[in-house]
Every structure is written in C-alpha cells, then in structure tokens.
Design a binder for this molecule. Structure first.
Ligand SMILES: Cc1cc2nc3c(=O)[nH]c(=O)nc-3n(C[C@H](O)[C@H](O)[C@H](O)COP(=O)(O)OP(=O)(O)OC[C@H]3O[C@@H](n4cnc5c(N)ncnc54)[C@H](O)[C@@H]3O)c2cc1C
Length: 352
C-alpha cells in the first residue's frame, strides 16, 4: 500500500509514522520546510480539560488524546533521541470576578460528574499551587492532569523519527498542485509536471487544505485563524503551572522560557505580529502573573490555526474514495495529533 500525505505538520508527520509502522509505504510532501508552520508555532498545551467548556461530545476524545501522549512521547524519544518536553504541569484557569468564579464552579462540577479530576480553589489555595499568581484573584479552577509538550522539539523529533523509518520519506519543497482523480477516485497527487500515484492520499495541509485543487464538493472549508505568541525568558524560572486568564494563557516550560498567547484573528494568511496583538497578550499574561513584567522578551511569532467551518476537525475517509483527511484541528491539533493519526491509519488500512 502506497500512501501520499500532503503537508508535513504535526498531522502529516504523525500519520506517516503510524502508517509506516503498520506496513504502508509513505511519502510526505511538504511545499516548504517540514514542521515550520502552525505545528511549531503552537503553545503545546495538552488542554483536554481546560479546552472542554462543557462540550460533552469532546470529553472522551480529548481525555484519550491527552492520555495517549504519555506513551507517545516516550516512543518518539526512543525513535528519535529527542525529548519532546512532555510534562504534566496542570492548568489553572483564574477568575477575577464572582461571576467568572461561578462559571468556573459550574465547569468544575460538570467535569467531576464525568469522573475527571478538577477542583475550584479559593485565592489562597490557588497561590499554594502557583505562588506567582496575581493578588486580584477571586478563584481558580485547577485541572491537575492537563499537560504540555514543546512543539518545536516535537516537530524535530517527528522529522528525525521519520528519517529513521525505512518505509517513510519526507520530501521538502514538494508542492502538491492538485489531486489526480480518475473514475471518481483519488489516485495520487500532481507535483509540477510530475504525477505521484498512490493507493491512498491523506490531506494534512493545515490552513491551506482547502486550496488544494481537486477536493470533493461539499467538503467544509478550512480557514486560517491567526494566533500570535510572545516568548519571555524568566531567570531564574519562577512560574510552574500553565495559567489561563481572560483571553490568554501563560505556559512555563520549566527552564525559564514562558510562552504567552494568544490572539484569535481572521486575518487571512497575513503572518504578522501586531502591536495590538502583543499588547493584548502581554496585558493578559501580566494580569495573571505580574512578576513576568521583569522577564526579557525573547521572541514573537504568529501562525494559522486550521479551522474547519462547522466541524471540530476533518478526520478519516472523505466522500472521494482514495482521499483521507487529517486537518482542521484549530486550537487542539497538538493534543489530537496521535489519536488522529491512529484514526486515519485505521481508515486507510483497516482497524489495527
Ligand atoms: C499560536 C498558536 C498556538 C497554538 N497552541 C496550541 C496548543 O497549545 N495546543 C494544541 O493542541 N494546539 C495548538 N495550536 C493548534 C495547532 O498548532 C494546530 O492545530 C496544528 O499544528 C495543525 O497541524 P497541521 O499539521 O494540520 O498544520 P501545519 O502545522 O500548518 O502543517 C501543514 C503543512 O502543510 C504544508 N502544505 C500546505 N499546502 C501544501 C501543499 N499544497 N503541498 C505541500 N505541502 C503543503 C504547509 O507548508 C505546512 O507545513 C496552536 C496554533 C497556533 C497558531
């Protein structure tokens, strides 16, 4: 079985590894640099619980996705020699008003009723978990099992692991210019003046997925949602937990790097870091953890979350035989990468 994958982000690379492990011959086609788009720009929060917001339909998938990371992070380290920075640091979502605290209390009760670990902490209890939290705190929801990975390290590990996988190849600089469709079936992809034929083709082109010519009609559009990030360098490191505030978050890596994010903007493919974006991100970060005001600004970037209109993601078979989907994961593509890869591999090859 020969499989062509369009896009070498976290979706394309993870799916390639799982397919190759299951015996497929896989080629990953990347128009630019493998791993250099949304997947490396992400904060890497495995926020199964903090991202739920009362959505019953996502509970089982999100928790399974987060829990799969324990084993997958170790497997990637063994396969690549690279540590992907998997740490169970927990998440605190803070409330600065009584109304926000009531919302958090409802969410905590709702999650506990589903067997998840979550608690509502008063200001003093929250500061025992994270001493650097702001004084103006009313309460915080604590999700101790939520975790993180370090996306640039993850993408390096995936690409090294792929380069050591005999049945897999990554081709940088290979722009897929369209699908080849014969007798109502996708039989490969067009690369410039060359055709690459495959038994199965996986669309994993992130925010650019809907721009690939030849997609079946009716497939939901995938559109970019820009997210800006600011990296701080705090020496010595003091913040320990991931902290969510109103409209943003702070993600300490444990070594002094602290990622602060992020905006959610419909800005097309304008990959800019804006004054307003940085202002909003730092205002939220410092409102959560005031001591970060003394940290050095070490970097800024932006990239595009792939948002599938009307869907939480596009995963598995499509209406066009031979074409499979691994795209549109919006805010949770890192969290969902391994479970998506498993689902796509089962759709292509049958259940494991
Ligand atoms: C600022 C920010 C913060 C985020 N934080 C988190 C987080 O904390 N936790 C989390 O789970 N998720 C997070 N996300 C979301 C997550 O990053 C994405 O959902 C995920 O990375 C999408 O992966 P992907 O492989 O689909 O897309 P990408 O990583 O964008 O990869 C798509 C690849 O396809 C290639 N490509 C496109 N068109 C073609 C073509 N025609 N031919 C060949 N190659 C092509 C592109 O060059 C690109 O390399 C965040 C995203 C952003 C932007």
């Amino acid at each position: 079985m020969k499989v062509a994958i369009v896009g070498a982000g976290v979706m394309g690379c993870t799916t390639a590894i799982v397919l190759a492990q299951r015996g497929a011959d896989v080629v990953v086609l990347e128009r630019a640099v493998p791993g250099a788009e949304a997947s490396s720009a992400a904060a890497g929060i495995l926020g199964a619980q903090v991202e739920l917001h009362g959505r019953s339909d996502s509970v089982a998938l999100f928790v399974r996705a987060r829990d799969a990371w324990r084993e997958w992070a170790g497997a990637l380290r063994d396969a690549s020699g690279c540590d992907v920075g998997h740490r169970v640091t927990g998440v605190l979502r803070i409330a600065r008003s009584e109304a926000d605290a009531s919302d958090l209390e409802r969410e905590v009760q709702w999650q506990r009723a589903r067997g998840l670990r979550a608690s509502l902490l008063d200001a003093g209890e929250a500061r025992k978990v994270e001493p650097e939290l702001a004084q103006e705190l009313v309460a915080a929801a604590h999700f101790p099992d939520d975790a993180q990975v370090d996306p640039p390290a993850l993408l390096r590990a995936l690409i090294v692991a792929l380069s050591r996988t005999p049945r897999a190849t990554v081709r940088p600089g290979a722009t897929v210019e369209g699908l080849i469709v014969e007798r109502d079936r996708c039989v490969g992809v067009k690369l410039g003046d060359m055709d690459l034929r495959a038994d199965a083709t996986v669309l994993a082109a992130g925010s650019w997925s809907s721009l690939v010519p030849g997609l079946p009609p009716g497939l939901p559009q995938v559109r970019p949602v820009r997210g800006q990030m600011v990296l701080l360098d705090e020496r010595p490191p003091r913040v320990r937990s991931i902290v969510f505030g109103a409209g943003g978050y702070v993600v300490p890596r444990g070594d002094g790097r602290v990622l602060c994010g992020s905006t959610m903007e419909r800005a097309g493919f304008r990959k800019e870091v804006t004054a307003a974006g940085v202002h909003a991100i730092l205002a939220c970060a410092l409102a959560c953890v005031p001591s970060l005001g003394a940290a050095q600004v070490a970097g800024m970037w932006s990239n595009f979350r792939p948002h599938a209109e009307g869907e939480s993601a596009l995963v598995g078979s499509s209406s066009l035989p031979g074409l499979f989907l691994a795209t549109g994961h919006h805010r949770n593509g890192i969290l969902l990468a391994k479970v998506t890869a498993d689902a796509v591999a089962s759709a292509v090859l049958g259940p494991a």
